[in-house]
Design a binder for this molecule. Structure first.
Ligand code: ZN
Ligand code: ZN
Length: 412
């Protein structure tokens, strides 16, 4: 998964990912390529379709927000073979010349081989028709959208992992909206018996901490865990723990998205508002992105959650609903969110397994080497220093974690 802006600018113009990387390593930039004659670009290996696009005489480049979301939703893999070792290209399902359609619905990620097949015209052979492509893309994107929630849930089932907090009202609302029948959930009967909820599954209002007494706490936590699990089974959650990189993030997420962000959070107490809530502001700041939310610590799922885990600075994973994105004018991005649930951190969720495959494929690597050559759509107000740090960190992580990567790759 490259985040290098030169490579992204080239991929948006129809160059495959391997060639984009090669050109970037040879110190080509979009601006430099644009000063060359078409013959030279062909000589460099750029295809006939991409040459005029690069030179500005063909179709316009794909708008970054469609392009990046398409790549992300397909995990930077060909939707037909999903082979991480092959370079990829962003393809127009209905050719641009006919459709003038740059929307996400008309874009597919293909490897070079299947891209060739999608453009081949020998009618009697098994070629990738637009309909077959659309079907392959839909199947793969649906699988992908389930990968993150599954990983988050599976990791929760490990003994060392715990939900420390639920936003009870919001989780209940989301479950209801998604058509989850709460009375059939595991833990519902016990929650009802212990008086934690009523016959409709609604929580009984309570002043002060919600989780008091062993039987009630235990029942309520099981009820809420299964409610969240059921809701997440229907919803699409993006794990963006490793994407707090404002170069692409503001094009990747929009208001209303459910995201999972893991890392160090700091908590500060807020002044009481008279409602009896124990209001806390949670904040995660990394690179130039700040994620922030306010919640009621009384909804912490145990004494240790309230007095130990949701205090000061902690490594945690938060399931969030994005309420708004704001740029601060200094190159920073602020994400206001509603927190739905908070759990202990889990290493595997930080190092997303699909990224491991991309590391292996070489698509994710030393992408920040020549940031000073940034050009095109991707160079707006991005500073070098954080990119550099993040790139170095990734490389170090990669070298250090080869063993883990291999294990993750084998499991994927
Ligand atoms: Zn393929
Ligand atoms: Zn194509």
């Amino acid at each position: 998964m490259t985040r290098n802006r030169v490579e992204l600018a080239l991929i948006a113009r129809g160059v495959d990912s391997a060639l984009a990387e090669k050109l970037r390593k040879e110190k080509w930039t979009l601006a430099k390529l644009q000063t060359q004659a078409p013959e030279k670009l062909l000589e460099l290996g750029i295809g006939e379709v991409a040459v005029p696009v690069i030179l500005g005489s063909g179709r316009p480049p794909i708008p970054p927000e469609h392009f990046i979301r398409t790549l992300y939703d397909n995990r930077w893999l060909c939707c037909v073979c999903r082979d991480a070792s092959r370079p990829i290209i962003v393809h127009h399902i209905k050719p641009w010349a006919e459709s003038r359609d740059h929307s996400q619905a008309n874009l597919a990620v293909l490897c070079s081989i299947h891209h060739g097949e999608a453009h081949s015209t020998h009618a009697l052979e098994l070629t990738l028709t637009p309909d077959r492509l659309k079907a392959a893309k839909a199947t793969w994107e649906q699988e992908v959208s389930r990968l993150d929630p599954l990983a988050i849930l599976q990791a929760t089932q490990l003994i060392s992992c715990q939900w420390w907090y639920f936003n009870h009202l919001r989780v209940f609302e989301i479950a209801e909206d998604l058509g989850v029948n709460v009375s059939e959930l595991e833990g519902f009967q016990d929650a009802l018996l212990t008086g934690a909820c009523d016959a409709q599954g609604h929580l009984r209002p309570r002043k002060g901490p919600l989780y008091v007494g062993y039987a009630l706490s235990h029942a309520l936590k099981r009820y809420m865990s299964s409610m969240l699990e059921a809701a997440m089974g229907h919803a699409s959650v993006r794990n963006i723990s490793d994407d707090l990189d404002r170069g692409t993030l503001d094009r990747l997420i929009i208001e209303g998205d459910l995201v999972f962000v893991q890392g160090l959070y700091s908590f500060t107490n807020l002044a009481p508002d008279g409602s009896g809530a124990d209001l806390v502001r949670g904040r995660r700041r990394v690179n130039k992105v700040e994620v922030t939310f306010v919640f009621d610590r009384n909804e912490g799922t145990s004494g240790s959650a309230r007095y130990e885990w949701l205090l000061r600075t902690r490594a945690l994973g938060c399931l969030l609903r994005v309420n708004g994105l704001r740029k601060d004018g200094k190159g920073g991005l602020r994400i206001e969110a509603t927190v739905l649930a908070i759990r202990s951190a889990n290493q595997e969720l930080k190092l997303r397994s699909y990224e491991a495959r991309l590391q292996k494929s070489g698509l994710l690597g030393d992408e920040y080497e020549d940031e000073e050559f940034d050009v095109g759509d991707y160079d707006d107000d991005v500073s070098n220093e954080w990119g550099e740090r993040s790139g170095t960190f990734r490389r170090r992580l990669f070298l250090k974690g080869q063993g883990i990567w291999r294990k993750l790759i084998a499991r994927f």
